[in-house]
Design a protein around this ligand. Structure first.
Ligand SMILES: Nc1ncnc2c1ncn2[C@@H]1O[C@H](COP(=O)(O)OP(=O)(O)OP(=O)(O)O)[C@@H](O)[C@H]1O
Ligand SMILES: [Mg+2]
Length: 501
């Protein structure tokens, strides 16, 4: 056996998060690890990565007992981990990030031979069938390309065990297929053992030789991938039958449904074709498109995070000189696809994050902000969004990935915006919590917000939206009422080139 973990226990300040977990991995195997948000999946893999010296239990690699006290103990034995939230250096290029820590020396001491580094990184990417802009700073990449950079970096070392913590949460379907092909090849040809964590249960079933299901810090069971269905997995990881508690939205749920929440006219980014879009109060509009179609860039242009020409009106007020801070004041908020880089204050509490953007509102209405009302607002949101653990003082950086995502949405809702733009709102959220998040998004619409949802999950778009607009190559190429669309016709519209009807 390549890896055996026995009776692993781990606590954080007295709270036991792993309660005696057994996990094993064979060479050449893809072993999926699934479980609800906060079940302990990432923590277990961080133990394997040598991040927590104070775990209890036994770890064996190739039958030999090892004590993983520091990340280098794991690295030296060929354990590579791609963590849930990125660890790339934003200002370095793709090539430099891939080579980080193993840069080839230049002729002068203390210098780096960039040409050689670049060639080597490029080769390593090509070997995996991945094309990346080697000289571009990582901060300018979309999340899909960032994910691919992480993967090349992890695989460029002599890897025997590769752990991927939700690698596809932010990937589009085509990128996912590429990743799966890469994983299968690494397992089959190089006998790498792969641990794959994901909330996409259909993917997990297709890909995994074995599946381990965790719940509340313990293993429920391990079995052959082919022996599960999506439903049986869902039931095992949530611990009960999932009741579809979806409340349908009434079209134009707000009292004065005719009024516009958002009106965009002639918005043009870097001289691209101008975009028009309007969203009524109470309306949920889905924004569909392939990777690179310009959805995220459009969202960022709306709040002025990317420069653009044209008019943006929020609740009938023209937004002059757009920038993110001003957008918030006008009642236009964006929850970004990358919650770590541009979303949350990771070292602050859940309460501080949720209340932050609502503070202005409270000040305006109440005059002063009572500590009690902060706490009440935070607790209300924690309950509505089912944030676990339900502790308002918990530091956001210590939450599980899915729970951090819920905080991001809760913060947006708490500011009672006129317009919410949600970029991949349920990335990394488990199957049970997803329905609840959808309900909260619907509720915000019913209370009068206009909502734009960007998602690669077509079922999510079809489920949530009153109307779906499609973007191709930076331009709006179609607008459809939900009743006119099926999954297949939506996909066809996304792939159609602009100009061809
Ligand atoms: N550094 C930390 N300090 C305190 N508590 C932590 C820390 N890291 C994780 N936890 C807690 O441990 C529990 C398990 O978290 P973990 O990140 O392992 O969950 P997960 O299964 O990966 O969930 P998700 O699907 O949301 O990523 C959570 O309750 C989390 O809040
Ligand atoms: Mg996790």
């Amino acid at each position: 056996m390549l890896l055996e973990m026995r009776d692993i226990r781990k606590s954080f300040s007295g709270v036991q998060v792993l309660r005696g977990v057994d996990f094993s991995l064979k060479a050449g195997e893809i072993h999926a690890l699934v479980g609800h948000n906060g079940a302990g999946k990432s923590t277990l893999m961080k133990v394997l990565g040598g991040n927590y010296a104070d775990y209890d239990g036994e770890v064996r690699l190739d039958g030999e007992e090892v004590r993983l006290g520091a990340p280098r103990d794991a690295l030296q034995r060929g354990v590579a981990i791609i963590y849930q939230d990125f660890s790339l250096v934003p200002d370095l290029t793709v090539a430099e990030n891939i080579a980080l820590g193993r840069e080839p020396r230049g002729r002068l001491s203390g210098t780096i031979a960039y040409g050689r580094l670049r060639d080597r990184s490029k080769q390593e990417a090509e070997r995996l069938g991945i094309a990346l802009p080697m000289d571009m700073p990582v901060r300018r990449l979309g999340v899909g390309a960032q994910q691919m950079t992480e993967i090349v970096r992890a695989c460029s070392q002599d890897v025997r065990i590769l752990v991927m913590d939700e690698p596809t949460a932010r990937l589009a379907p085509a990128e996912r297929e590429l990743l799966f092909a890469t994983m299968r090849r690494m397992a089959a040809e190089q006998q790498v053992g792969i641990v794959y964590i994901s909330h996409f249960l259909d993917e997990v079933r297709r890909l995994a030789d074995r599946i381990t299901i965790m719940r509340d810090g313990a293993v429920v069971e391990t079995g052959a991938g082919s022996s599960y269905t999506v439903d049986s997995l869902a039931k095992l990881l949530v611990g009960h039958e999932i009741v579809a508690s979806l409340r349908p939205t009434q079209a134009g749920g707000a009292a004065d449904g005719a009024r516009e929440a958002l009106n965009v006219r002639g918005l043009s980014i870097h001289g691209r074709p101008p975009i028009d879009l309007s969203i009524r109060r109470g309306e949920i509009v889905g924004l569909a498109g392939l990777v690179g179609s310009g959805r995220t860039r459009f969202a960022r242009a709306l709040i002025g995070d990317v420069r653009s020409a044209g008019r943006v009106e929020v609740g009938g007020r023209l937004m002059k000189r757009r920038n993110p801070e001003r957008a918030t004041r006008y009642g236009l908020v964006l929850t970004p696809e990358d919650r770590k880089a541009s979303g949350l204050a990771l070292t602050s509490s859940v309460e501080a994050n949720i209340v932050a953007s609502a503070l202005g509102k409270l000040l305006a209405t109440a005059g002063i902000v009572h500590p009690g009302s902060r706490a009440r607002m935070a607790l209300d949101m924690i309950q509505r969004f089912a944030i676990r653990p339900p502790a308002r003082k918990k530091i956001v950086g210590q939450l599980s990935g899915g729970n951090a995502q819920k905080v991001l949405l809760a913060r947006a809702v708490a500011s009672r915006p006129k317009v919410m733009v949600l970029d991949q709102p349920t990335a990394g959220v488990d199957i049970g919590a997803k329905a609840e998040l959808h309900n909260q998004i619907r509720l915000a619409a019913q209370q009068g917000a206009g909502i734009l949802v960007i998602s690669d999950d077509l079922d999510e778009l079809l489920d949530l939206s009153d109307r779906i607009v499609v973007m191709t190559a930076g331009a709006m190429s179609g607008s459809f009422r939900k009743a006119e669309l099926t999954r297949a016709s939506l996909l066809a519209n996304m792939s159609r080139l602009p100009g061809r009807a």
